[in-house]
Write a protein that binds this ligand. Structure first.
Ligand SMILES: [Zn+2]
Length: 319
């Protein structure tokens, strides 16, 4: 057991991590995984956008760097051009002085891209996003179209206020859902459609306020109804009215809170892993929202083809 030099909590450096650190000639970490994660989060601004001037053209732009940031920032479209040359900031390294102040000075002088995006269309208010079209305020999201106010969505269209969703269409306020259509206020549900308030459901359609169901239709609060009964009751629930929908949500939350049995984590096809919302991973420690990893640790939003021998330990970013 090691003791964190910041929070003083005890933490373990696992054997796989030790062998990786030896391989890349790094010492063992002196910070616990949580403190290391906090350091990485503090380094990366994902969701706060600012108005500022482009350092190349002087035009007003949208950026993840605040106007008073010490960095030189270029509009994303200018940054990708040949109008500037990063080699112009090149300088000799002074071996008699410490590395980090020199590296810091180089980073401040070298233009940074205003937002981390590529190949987007009509999606200026995004960051950590690529191959998106007609999207607004989505972050860490790729291959989406007509999506708004979401985070961590991939290959979705016409979705709003979603988190960690994959291949969803016409979904609103959904978390950790995939391959679903016309789903509202649902979580951890897959291959579902035309439903409200689902939790841990798979292959369900036309259900309202249900949890833990598999391949069901026309259920309300986990009770089976006929198609006609379902349609009549749904009309009575008046889902277009915010107040009645809020009361229905309260009933759902109470029932699911009292009765739902939760799997200890969300994932499938894993072997010898810890973490959550992961699929097809092997020998991984504390990985989240990730897929197809092998012998990895402390990763978030990571995926790798199994054909590549992956050895990644995020602990190397902050010691
Ligand atoms: Zn700590």
């Amino acid at each position: 057991m090691s003791s964190c030099r910041l929070c003083e909590s005890a933490f373990t450096v696992h054997p796989q991590e030790k062998s990786f650190l030896e391989k890349v000639s790094l010492p063992e970490p002196t910070l616990c995984p949580t403190c290391r994660r906090q350091g990485r989060f503090a380094w990366r601004n994902e969701r706060r956008l600012y108005h500022r001037k482009c350092g190349l053209t002087g035009k007003q732009i949208i950026s993840v760097y605040a106007p008073d940031s010490p960095y030189s920032v270029y509009d994303q479209h200018e940054w990708y051009t040949d109008k500037w040359d990063a080699m112009q900031q090149g300088r000799d390294f002074n071996f008699s002085k410490p590395f980090f102040p020199q590296f810091d000075a180089l980073m401040k002088a070298t233009p940074k891209i205003s937002v981390f995006t590529s190949n987007n269309l009509n999606s200026d208010y995004t960051n950590g996003a690529q191959q998106d079209k007609n999207c607004y305020m989505i972050f860490v999201s790729d291959h989406d179209e007509d999506c708004y106010y979401s985070y961590g969505i991939d290959s979705c269209s016409s979705c709003i206020e979603c988190l960690n969703c994959f291949k969803c269409v016409l979904c609103i306020e959904c978390v950790d859902c995939s391959e679903s259509y016309n789903l509202a206020h649902s979580e951890r549900s897959h291959n579902c459609r035309d439903s409200f308030f689902l939790s841990d459901c798979k292959g369900c359609a036309n259900c309202f306020g249900c949890f833990g169901l598999r391949n069901k239709q026309h259920c309300i609060f986990n009770e089976q109804h006929t198609k006609e009964e379902y349609e009549k009751k749904l009309q009575e629930l008046n889902t277009g009215n915010f107040r009645t929908l809020s009361s229905a949500r309260d009933v759902f939350l109470r029932k699911s809170g009292e009765q739902q049995i939760h799997q200890f984590y969300d994932g499938n096809g894993n072997e010898n892993v810890t973490g959550d919302h992961i699929v097809h991973c092997r020998d991984c420690i504390e990985c989240y929202d990730s897929a197809d990893l092998e012998n990895c640790g402390y990763l978030i939003f990571s995926s790798s083809p199994k054909t590549v021998s992956t050895v990644m330990w995020s602990s190397i970013t902050v010691r």
